[in-house]
Design a protein around this ligand. Structure first.
Ligand SMILES: Cc1cc2nc3c(=O)[nH]c(=O)nc-3n(C[C@H](O)[C@H](O)[C@H](O)COP(=O)(O)OP(=O)(O)OC[C@H]3O[C@@H](n4cnc5c(N)ncnc54)[C@H](O)[C@@H]3O)c2cc1C
Length: 471
């Protein structure tokens, strides 16, 4: 027997050998990749280039039945499991060492029912796949800000996008899912069917199984929306952010905005005199009619004297990929976040100081405007954590040189530690770069999650994530 890898699971050691894989092969029509196979190394690459892991086997199923076969196989041989949707998790949860990776990239089809305003997307689809399928019908599901991220990780962890204040988080817009649980069973979950499981997957991450189909409620938007993107000098940041705060206090739910503090790249479309300058930018989308959005968001464009103003009416699909280029595959990343209780002048000064202290010009300090629809959903309605924070601070270290890894990670950690006095809540798990074990459970929500985990994954097969220990 040829050995490929030793793994431990539940204190048992096991080997994933060729014979075992051969038994799985007839049940999976897609790739089965093992170390040494030509396509193996490329298949282990993640968006976050700081993370390299070496699984024993990568399975690329084409259906829920094939996912079920892979789950049963991993459970039988006692291998840890990682699930890959878009591969964009900051902590690299899509890959594990020595275990089985269930790579859903072949399951990315999207079907739209425009009459019922529903979309059914495979668990490996990206937001780009979903938007391209729904927009011809003038519809969209609330997603994230970068089209290359997977719907899987983003939705299961919450999902903050340009429609969050009008229609809530991505997970709030799920109508139902198909999920393969740790016992290999294919189940459906919705408000009517397995409602406990449906509660848990909306914010509980990949803890309860492999979601093979996401059914989203769609909303009318586009084809054009008003997109505001205005850069001001960082040195004018105090006045600009005071003005943004006043705008947010009165903004309608159709507007979702984000502050980005960064450095203008030395390339088009930035004018030569702006390239290399530190800025505080306001980016915002109005999800209603573009002319209405132009009028409502006008104040965001006159918060000071702009360095440049890229605001324009734009196809929604293009807005959804406006920031794609800023996050190239294989770059080096370490992000953290903090829900803010307030955004007073002390917070603004802290944000501006952090922005000025960035070790890498590619890094940004961001503030997300929250509230609106996402905060009106009851705290117990889904497993998603805090909903009442008015703002979310995002500290994004982005850099290229491996020699600068520790400097950038340290800056991110210190930045969040420094701002922790402005927060009584936790962080947004989808922006967490290190595993956060939710054990022992502290809150009623965590107790409920632990009980659910025990019911659907008592042996903790799906633990390569922000893992919930079974009760
Ligand atoms: C460039 C970039 C932009 C981002 N922008 C936003 C944003 O605008 N809003 C926002 O809210 N977040 C954003 N994020 C964070 C994002 O939500 C997380 O990184 C998320 O994990 C990415 O999902 P993925 O499917 O690509 O990840 P993957 O790495 O493929 O998956 C991460 C983990 O999620 C679980 N998982 C994924 N799919 C499934 C599935 N089908 N079934 C079961 N478990 C699954 C698994 O545990 C998996 O390991 C962004 C991230 C990046 C890198």
């Amino acid at each position: 027997m040829t050995m490929t890898s030793q793994t431990t699971y539940n204190n048992r050691s096991t080997w994933i050998g060729r014979e075992g894989v051969a038994a799985l092969a007839p049940k999976v029509s897609g790739d089965l990749l093992r170390p040494g196979d030509a396509a193996f190394e490329a298949a282990t690459e993640l968006w976050n280039g700081t993370i390299r892991r070496r699984p024993a086997l990568i399975v690329r199923p084409a259906s829920a039945d094939e996912v079920s076969a892979a789950v049963r196989f991993a459970a039988r041989v006692g291998a840890p499991v990682a699930v890959r949707s878009g591969g964009h998790n900051v902590a690299g949860f899509a890959m594990c060492d020595d275990g089985v990776v269930i790579d859903l990239s072949a399951m990315n089809s999207v079907k739209v029912d425009p009459e019922r305003r529903l979309a059914r997307a495979g668990g490996g689809a990206t937001w780009g796949d979903l938007d391209r399928a729904t927009q011809p019908h003038g519809l969209a599901a609330p997603g994230g800000l970068v089209s290359k991220t997977g719907i899987g990780g983003l939705t299961l962890g919450g999902g903050l996008g340009w429609m969050r204040r009008q229609h809530g988080l991505s997970c709030d817009n799920l109508a139902s899912v198909e999920i393969v649980t740790a016992d290999g069973e294919i189940r459906r979950a919705s408000e009517e069917e397995n409602p406990d499981l449906f509660w848990g997957i909306r914010g509980g991450g990949g803890n309860f199984g492999v979601v093979t189909e996401f059914d989203y409620n769609l909303h009318p938007i586009g084809p054009e929306v008003m997109f505001a993107f205005v850069l001001y000098p960082l040195e004018d940041g105090l006045g600009v952010l005071q003005g943004w705060r006043a705008f947010c206090d009165a903004a309608p739910d159709e507007v979702s905005s984000v502050v980005l503090c960064g450095t203008a790249p030395g390339a088009d479309p930035f004018p030569p005199d702006v390239q290399g300058r530190q800025f505080v930018a306001i980016a915002a989308v109005h999800s209603g009619l573009p002319e209405e959005g132009e009028r409502v968001m006008r104040p965001l464009r006159v918060l000071g004297r702009p360095l440049c103003d890229f605001s324009e009416r734009s196809p929604y699909v293009e807005v959804q990929s406006a920031f794609d280029e800023d996050y190239p595959d294989g770059g080096r990343y370490y992000w953290k976040s903090l829900y803010l209780d307030r955004f007073d002048d002390a917070v603004i000064e802290g944000v501006l100081e952090l922005a000025a202290s960035r070790p890498s010009p590619l890094s940004t300090v961001d503030v997300w405007q929250l509230g609106g629809a996402m905060s009106r959903i009851g705290p117990d309605a889904t497993a998603f954590g805090p909903r009442d924070a008015p703002y979310l601070l995002g500290v994004e270290a982005n850099w290229i040189d491996p020699a600068e890894d520790e400097t950038n990670r340290q800056w991110t950690r210190e930045a969040c530690a420094r701002m922790s006095g402005f927060s009584t809540q936790t962080s947004y798990l989808n922006f967490e770069p290190d595993p956060m074990a939710i054990s022992p459970p502290q809150s009623p929500r965590q107790v409920r999650l632990a009980a659910l985990k025990r019911r659907y994954d008592p042996d903790n097969l799906f633990r390569n994530n922000h893992a919930i220990a079974p009760a």
